[in-house]
Design a binder for this molecule. Sequence first.
Ligand code: ZN
Ligand code: MN
Length: 146
Amino acid sequence: MYAVITRTLREAGLRVTPQRMAIYLTLVKTKAHPCAELVYQELHHDFPSLSLNTVYNTLQIFEELGLVRRLDTGEGMCRYDANPSPHMHFVCKVCGRVLDIEYDGTTTLAGIREHVQASSGHVICDYSLLLYGYCNACVRKANSPK
Ligand code: ZN
Ligand code: MN
């Protein structure tokens, strides 16, 4: 993962700074799909000179470079994901967690792509699919006796 970000930043003519590395690694090591504010809170002790604005700008650069994926789950904020594998997301309407749904897209998503490409001629290069509902933990909690 160091190699990926180092190479991508250099190819884009951008400096590989400790702050940029730290922001990227924060996203790589979490499955929580944090927003910029959370990334900032996670790092500002180690990087006192880091500003929230820098985190926003850096995440935007990462998105443009394809290092991270931006998720708009309709909460009025953007979440970020450094997991490059094609997968879907599940948003819990109770606890608000955004969970990865590992799915390789070989059947249904590929079927949607084929259908759209064949019927419209649009070329689909990526997917972002959000599923909304009640996560298994919230369902268990709701069903357990009080
Ligand atoms: Zn939940
Ligand atoms: Mn994800």
